[in-house]
Design a protein around this ligand. Structure first.
Ligand SMILES: [Zn+2]
Length: 503
């Protein structure tokens, strides 16, 4: 039997730290549900000491998600460890993940600790963690730039103190495949770990080597890979889950390992993450990019199905991309719509299906063909409305230099009409929203793109807005791009208002 490699997903923690990647608690929960469907072994849900919201995110994921283990991060200090343990309290299979740096660079410039002090702290922290939570992972931060003999010594201390998983991260994305394979071989040999201790690899992609390094680490003896959906994460990101998993699957003759990943759920996870964060995947990204299987179109045109194998090393279906993307027409009915949503990983209540159906019919009126990605965007923008206090009833803009914008907003308490001037229609309308709601935001990120091809495409807008020093993501969708953008802005403002009112 092939050896099992465990997939530790850190999209909600390391990934969430990437600029523009922030998610609120309900968004984290929604992604966690999809990660469970995807079959990851561990979900790292957050860094509880960092904020109230982070704590709440870990707690809620632990409450709702029962199958994968739920991990929480803590520095090797008492307050962090206790806070992480408290957040993990409701989790069925919690993992407390504590870390301390082991490279001389970090010891000297960041920790200002001696090697002996770090060793001592490692033992204390792991023992404390182990006394609070059944399973402990220890990470030697900046392992790949650490002195190998010292690194092995620290790992041994962590194991003796009760660590179940030893993670040797390439924190700064510096190592190479040959080097990391050697590092794992060396440290494992030196530690003589008991059978049940798992070695783990966590890589960053600063040199584009994260996936290659993860695969090399596995060859060196690692049996857990830490990764993120779409490879999001600090700076250039982390090991991309879909790439490392499919590399093992497609090249199983070279990497004879198994994972628990249901590869058909990869596309759903990737699209959901994009819709939640607005972090758009490049068209040429392996596995999940829009063009990753693009040659199929030409082949289809010529009807040369038999030649698929000449250019295709894996099928789009194997990663959950359907060959014919056209989903539904106007006459598909509510049942057809509900079933398709289920396939896409959305668990909608009957009320939500009803509302989606209305939006779908409206869209099908404006646009002949409704694609899977249109549906994903519709669901995402509808889901975001869970925060709605204010709805956009109407938006009008006219003139330029300056442009005049008028919005009519609606809430349970009635309507507000407001006008403002701005640079162009989106700015003018957003200023009118701010006036109407008495808020002031700073637009930090604004992405608009067509969800699917075609002139009547559904425009999908993502914004990140800073309100009161915190960032909020908003999503909006419409065949009118100004309306899509304004909806996204209003969505972010609604989230801010919800937080401000303590909801
Ligand atoms: Zn990291």
């Amino acid at each position: 039997m092939a050896a099992r490699v465990y997939i530790f997903d850190t999209t909600l923690r390391d990934g969430e730290q990437s600029p523009g990647g922030s998610m609120n608690v309900s968004e984290k929960l929604e992604l966690a549900v999809q990660l469970e469907r995807l079959g990851v072994d561990v979900i790292e849900a957050g860094f509880p000491i960092a904020s109230e919201q982070e704590f709440e995110g870990v707690r809620r994921v632990g409450e709702e998600i029962r199958k994968p283990r739920i991990a929480a991060l803590a520095r090797a200090v008492t307050a962090d460890i206790e806070r992480a343990a408290a957040a993990l309290e409701p989790a069925a299979n919690p993992v407390l993940h504590t870390f301390i740096a082991t490279s001389d660079i970090h010891l000297e410039h960041k920790l200002r600790m001696s090697r002996e002090q770090v060793i001592e702290r490692t033992g204390e922290s792991v023992r404390l963690a182990k006394s609070l939570v059944g399973r402990v992972e220890f990470s030697a931060e900046d392992a790949t730039r650490s002195d190998l003999a010292y690194l092995a010594e620290v790992a041994k201390v962590a194991i003796e103190a009760g660590a179940d998983v030893i993670n040797l991260p390439d924190t700064v994305g510096y190592t190479t495949p040959g080097e990391i394979e050697e590092m794992f071989r060396y440290v494992i040999a030196r530690c003589e770990p008991p059978e049940n201790v798992v070695f783990s690899s966590h890589n960053h992609n600063d040199l584009g080597l994260a996936v290659a390094n993860a695969l090399a680490a596995i060859r060196g003896g690692a049996r857990q890979v830490e990764c993120t959906v779409n490879g999001i994460g600090e700076r250039a990101g982390n090991t991309s889950l879909e790439e490392v998993v499919m590399a093992m699957r497609v090249r199983n003759n070279v990497y004879p390992y198994e994972t628990g990943i249901v590869s058909e759920e990869i596309t759903n996870a990737s699209r959901l993450l994009t819709n939640l964060t607005g972090l758009v995947v490049p068209y040429n990204k392996p596995i999940v990019g829009r063009n990753a299987f693009a040659h199929e179109a030409g082949i289809h045109q010529h009807g040369v199905i038999a030649s698929r194998i000449t250019y295709e090393i894996m099928t789009p279906e194997s990663v959950g991309r359907s060959r014919s993307e056209l989903v539904l027409g106007k006459h598909s009915g509510k049942h057809g719509l509900a079933r398709r949503c289920e396939d896409l990983g959305f668990n909608l209540s009957p009320e939500e299906v009803g509302e989606l159906y209305e939006r779908f019919i409206q869209l099908a009126d404006r646009k002949k063909e409704v694609f899977e990605d249109d549906l994903r965007v519709l669901v995402a923008s509808m889901r975001d409305q869970a925060f709605v206090t204010w709805n956009l009833k109407q938006v009008r803009t006219s003139g330029h230099d300056p442009t005049l914008g008028m919005v009519i907003l609606q809430s349970g308490e009635g309507e507000v009409i407001e006008t403002a001037t701005g640079d162009g229609p989106v700015d003018a309308a957003c200023q009118a929203i701010e006036r109407a709601l008495g808020v002031q935001g700073k637009l930090e990120e604004f992405i608009i793109r067509a969800a699917t091809p075609g002139r009547e495409a559904l425009g999908e807008a993502h914004v990140t807005v800073d309100f009161g020093g915190r960032r909020y993501n908003g999503t909006g969708a419409s065949t009118d791009i100004v309306e899509a953008a304004v909806n996204a802005y209003l969505n972010a403002a609604n989230k801010y208002l919800a937080v401000r009112s303590g909801a």
